[in-house]
Design a protein around this ligand. Structure first.
Ligand code: PGA
Ligand code: MG
Length: 224
């Protein structure tokens, strides 16, 4: 049997141009074990990705802020403190950096994301004043409660799926995947992963982005 998977999206299921590799649309519906999509993105993004890949909606969104498996949705935290940080950041003359529509934060419930071309120092200061931290995923700065992590989300999804977290194989690319790597039984960082993810992973792959991830899936299938 193939093992259950926990897959990060950005940098892991994507190609260097940020598009999701279309090969996952064939590989994942045929994966004969649960697939959990674990992302820093707001809840609707991974739900839509699962929907359009036609796989079960096992989702860890907002870095563990929201978890969905089967009929159970769990929200960890209300994002109130993160929104206060964002307000103060904007009041200090900065910008969240996503333009007037801001679809990055529009449906975000438990944290706030800031574009990486905005100043990090003042954001970290405000976050610390509110007991929060800033996590850099390589795609955005996430202002979040330190205790909310993808790894904690994996524990609750595993429970709902009646699996041991240790059975999961995790693949990721950045510091928001470190907690997942700590909970899963086996972990891989793609070659484009940041230093923290590389240090935390059991294996650092030679191949980058979706190429690395699909290579692991091939190996796991062969092993099964
Ligand atoms: O939304 C981000 O900043 C990163 O998303 P990811 O966790 O799927 O890589
Ligand atoms: Mg990522």
């Amino acid at each position: 049997m193939v093992p259950p998977l926990v897959l990060d999206i950005d940098g892991t299921m994507t190609r260097p141009d940020d598009s999701v590799d279309p090969r996952f649309f064939d590989v994942l519906p045929e994966w004969h074990a649960p697939v959990v999509v674990a992302t820093g993105k707001a809840f609707p993004y991974p739900v839509a990705l699962c929907h359009f890949m036609y796989v079960e909606q096992n989702v860890i969104a907002e870095n563990g802020g929201i978890v969905l498996s089967g009929e159970a949705v769990t929200t960890n935290g209300d994002g109130e403190a993160a929104r206060r940080v964002a307000e103060k950041y904007v009041a200090a003359g900065h910008d969240l950096g996503w333009g007037p529509t801001d679809t990055v934060n529009r449906w975000r419930e438990t944290e706030v994301a800031v574009a990486r071309d905005q100043p990090l120092g003042p954001l970290e200061e405000l976050a610390a004043e509110h007991g929060l931290e800033v996590v850099d995923t390589g795609f955005a700065y996430h202002v979040k409660a330190p205790e909310i992590e993808k790894g904690r989300g994996l524990k609750s999804v595993a429970r709902l799926l009646d699996r041991d977290p240790d059975e999961f194989v995790a693949i990721g690319d950045s510091e928001n995947d470190v907690s997942t790597f700590g909970v899963a039984g086996e972990s891989y960082a793609v070659a484009n992963a940041d230093a923290k993810a590389q240090r935390a992973a059991d294996v650092v792959l030679d191949e980058s982005y979706s190429e690395g991830t699909l290579g692991v899936l091939d190996d796991l299938r062969e092993r099964a």
